[in-house]
Design a protein around this ligand. Structure first.
Ligand code: SAM
Length: 294
């Protein structure tokens, strides 16, 4: 069989994905083609013709994507900050909106005086992506990450080993539940930064098939009101913070007032603030641990 124009194969992939109701059909078709060819998406225009085997591999992946298997399960990776992590069945696929939480945390660490190694804690780490992106951007930081699901934790371990093998500062992974009052007790009052993207979707919410069928249930849903886990994150995170340290928690766009209220109710916290995502929806809340008067 003769070589075929890549452009036509990608157009056909886009058509199939659009017909399956995938809004990002063009991006997904191009990303799957780039994955098959082992190159960056931006370099596709430099490939005029491809072997029939490439077209066949692309067709198989497009068939899976049209069945609403997440793009990241097909490519095997997801990105955050300057790192890529492996993802697949049993672990939450990191979302672009969580970049904002990471960015806020990193800007906070800029303000820490020179020579101090920041202590950072990521509660509900999933694939480990936030902790690993932080450790990459701030190699001087001591980063701890907590996860309760053993399958997710095994993905985090695999990702942590891979990042350490290419020279990033190693992170510390802990099997644990944010509801545990003794979680990370040796670090009480020591953290410069606590970050968390916990499960927060109310049970019964209509979510995309990729989420309903492929993200772990306990990574997405958190009780009837979506607030089954965040109070524990607030309680544990507050306990771990040092004076002047900060906490940032991602939440559902309907939870801004509730999460703000939980942070404001802690007398040791101050500077409670709300942050929107790129679409202008409330997405995460932050606060600082009060500094005692000397
Ligand atoms: C929304 S996912 C976020 C994962 C990762 N932080 C990210 O942004 O991609 C939430 C994670 O919290 C974990 N989790 C749920 N309840 C927990 C709990 N009580 N204690 C610790 N981890 C929990 C889930 O297993 C899941 O991996």
């Amino acid at each position: 069989m003769s070589r075929q124009p890549l452009r036509l194969a990608v157009l056909e992939a886009e058509r199939i994905l659009a017909a399956a109701g995938i809004a990002s059909s063009r991006a997904d078709a191009e990303l799957l083609a780039a994955h098959v060819l082992g190159m960056e998406r931006g370099r596709l225009p430099m490939v005029p013709l491809v072997d029939p085997a490439v077209v066949e591999s692309l067709r198989k992946l497009v068939t899976e994507r049209a069945r609403r298997v997440p793009l990241q399960h097909l490519t095997g990776t997801a990105a955050m900050g300057d790192v890529e992590v492996a993802v697949g069945p049993g672990v939450f696929v990191p979302r672009p909106e969580t970049e904002l939480l990471l960015g806020w945390g990193l800007s906070l660490l800029h303000d820490i005086e020179d020579g101090t190694a920041p202590l950072v804690i990521d509660l509900c780490t999933g694939s480990g992506v936030l902790a690993l992106a932080l450790a990459h951007a701030r190699p001087d930081a001591e980063v701890h990450a907590v996860e309760s699901d053993p399958v997710a934790l095994s993905w985090a371990r695999r990702n942590a080993d891979a990042r350490a093998a290419i020279g990033d500062t190693a992170i510390w992974l802990h099997a644990g539940d944010v509801a545990d009052p003794a979680l990370l007790a040796p670090f009480d009052g020591m953290a410069h930064l606590v970050l968390s993207n916990p499960p927060y979707v109310p049970l019964g919410t209509d979510v995309a098939p990729e989420v309903a069928r492929h993200d772990p249930h306990g990574a997405v849903f958190a009780g009837a009101d979506g607030l089954a886990v965040i109070p524990d994150v607030v309680r544990t995170g507050t306990r771990l913070l040092r004076e002047g340290g900060a906490i940032a928690i991602e939440h559902d766009d309907g939870h801004a007032a509730a999460v703000h209220g939980m942070l404001a109710a802690r007398r040791v916290l101050t500077d409670v603030d709300d942050h929107a995502d790129l679409a202008g929806r409330p997405r995460f809340a932050t606060a600082r641990r009060r500094v005692s008067p000397r």
